[in-house]
Design a protein around this ligand. Structure first.
Ligand code: 6PG
Length: 246
């Protein structure tokens, strides 16, 4: 059954990131009120940087001490590498908010064995959510981006990770980059209470149209994110939404 999908289109990038920050903090406060904590997986790449900076700068009262930050994917590099999602999040958010170090769950992607790094991250997640072997974690929120080829997290078209249905985290071989990337799998993404795709700018317009209105076979990875019992929210600025028919 397809998830309930909502598309929000904001006039400018600034409006988009403001709306995304409002949604992030709304979901966070709601989770903390309901269960005493907010477990959120952050997306990487460049788009969310502005969101993380805004969260750091404009929400001084947000309960970061009750917030637990995870990474939906990570490049197979050390945390000091310019390509590292952790480094991007650290610079734009972590170094600017009062969040206890133990509330941040970093992928130890410096491990030369990507499969071991993925397995270690899976262990961290299983421990945090106190999962039985057959259970998947239910994140209150997972942030995702949209890649130029329709990938999301590090689930790329034609990559082996698309078929993974039992692990939580995999080392996914990405042929076009000739490297592994560590990524959540679809069962984790689709078990979230809320998933937000953030896309900004004219460069995303064609792929936004293809994902939201196209019917490619096989479906694009971003089309396979359909939370089974959660909310799917696409947050776009007008340039990224420019090719949508309605
Ligand atoms: C990553 C992300 C990836 C990203 C898209 C969009 O590690 O790069 O997880 O899925 O969200 O590639 O990237 P941009 O925001 O840079 O366009």
């Amino acid at each position: 059954m397809a998830a309930e999908r909502t598309i929000q289109i904001l006039p400018t990038a600034a409006d988009l990131f403001h709306a995304a920050a409002e949604e992030f903090t709304r979901v966070g406060r709601q989770a903390i009120a309901a269960q005493g904590r907010f477990a959120v997986a952050l997306s990487g790449g460049s788009t969310p940087k502005a969101l993380y900076s805004l969260l750091a700068a404009s929400y001084p009262d947000f309960p970061w001490a009750r917030t637990y930050l995870f990474f939906g994917d990570e490049r197979h590099v050390p945390p000091t590498d310019p390509e590292s999602n952790y480094r991007m999040v650290s610079e734009s958010l972590l170094t600017r908010i009062a969040i206890p170090a133990q509330n941040v769950f970093r992928v130890k992607a410096e491990n030369p064995d990507a499969t071991a790094a993925a397995a270690n991250y899976e262990k961290q997640i299983r421990r945090f959510f106190a999962l039985t072997p057959a259970e998947f974690p239910r994140f209150d929120l997972i942030l995702l981006g949209l890649g130029p080829d329709g990938h999301t997290a590090s689930l790329f078209p034609d990559s082996p990770g698309l078929k993974e249905n039992s692990k939580l985290v995999i080392a996914n071989w990405v042929e076009k980059f000739k490297t592994h990337r560590i990524s959540f799998t679809f069962p984790v993404l689709n078990n979230a209470d809320e998933v937000i795709f953030l896309a900004s700018g004219p460069d995303k317009a064609a792929m936004v149209h293809e994902v939201l209105e196209g019917k490619p076979t096989p479906p694009l990875p971003s089309q396979q994110v359909q939370p089974t019992n959660g909310r799917l929210l696409w947050m776009l600025d007008a340039p990224a939404a420019a090719k949508l028919s309605r």
